[in-house]
Design a protein. Structure first.
Length: 212
């Protein structure tokens, strides 16, 4: 009998080189279609629909969340529930608006059952989609909202408390890590730190623009 794969490795289908090569060539519409029909990990089994992402396809800002919740699974758009309303307020606080210069995606595109945290192998299986979104979008800066998003963008284990407050990178793309809006709804005291992180992100983007 072949040895069992490690608990967190992506499925053979997810890492199939032909799949990865195909995803890396897709345009926006083909990418969304591929995401909607994806069966590369167990999250496809319970989803109502996959949630590819939403926003301005020429955006400078990319916000990456964890994964769709119940309302997102129902409506097919990221961050439309209570956490989404806080995210919209966070965007407004730095002069941004959903859909205008902003693209919003998630580390996993299908809802984890009971809103559990996505597993590392599920994040790995979905990563080629996020990579392709980044390649098509070419944002100036990404904000990782919460730990799964930070893990998708930075790789490995990340603790938000330790990683926030400074600039990271995903290849050439500057990344700021901050708390997930759903966490902030439960931990109001950390809102001030999220505000600092957004200001850091804004400064980083401005200085990138200034250097061009
Ligand atoms: N939380 C997320 O991380 N993403 C969503 O789309 C909704 C809630």
């Amino acid at each position: 009998m072949p040895p069992a794969p490690p608990a967190h490795s992506a499925s053979p289908q997810a890492v199939d080189p032909a799949r990865l090569a195909r995803i890396a060539t897709l345009d926006w519409d083909a990418l969304e279609a591929e995401i909607r029909s994806c069966r590369a990990c167990r999250l496809c089994e319970k989803r109502k629909q996959a949630v590819p992402g939403v926003g301005d396809r020429r955006a400078q800002w990319l916000f990456v969340g964890e994964g769709p919740g119940a309302e997102e699974d129902q409506r097919g758009e990221p961050f439309v529930g209570a956490a989404g309303r806080l995210l919209d307020n966070m965007l407004a606080a730095i002069g941004l608006k959903r859909g205008e210069g902003v693209y919003i995606a998630n580390a996993v595109k299908c809802r984890p059952p009971h809103n559990r945290t996505p597993e590392a192998d599920e994040i790995a299986a979905c990563l080629p989609f996020l990579e392709r979104q980044i390649a098509l979008l070419q944002p100036r800066l990404a904000v990782a909202l919460g730990r799964p998003a930070a893990q998708a963008l930075l790789g490995g284990e990340v603790r938000i408390g330790a990683a926030r407050g400074r600039l990271h990178a995903h290849g050439e793309l500057p990344v700021v890590v901050t708390y997930h809006p759903a966490y902030l709804l439960r931990n109001l005291a950390d809102k001030a730190k999220a505000w600092e992180d957004l200001c850091l992100a804004q400064r980083a983007l401005e200085s990138r623009s200034g250097n061009d």
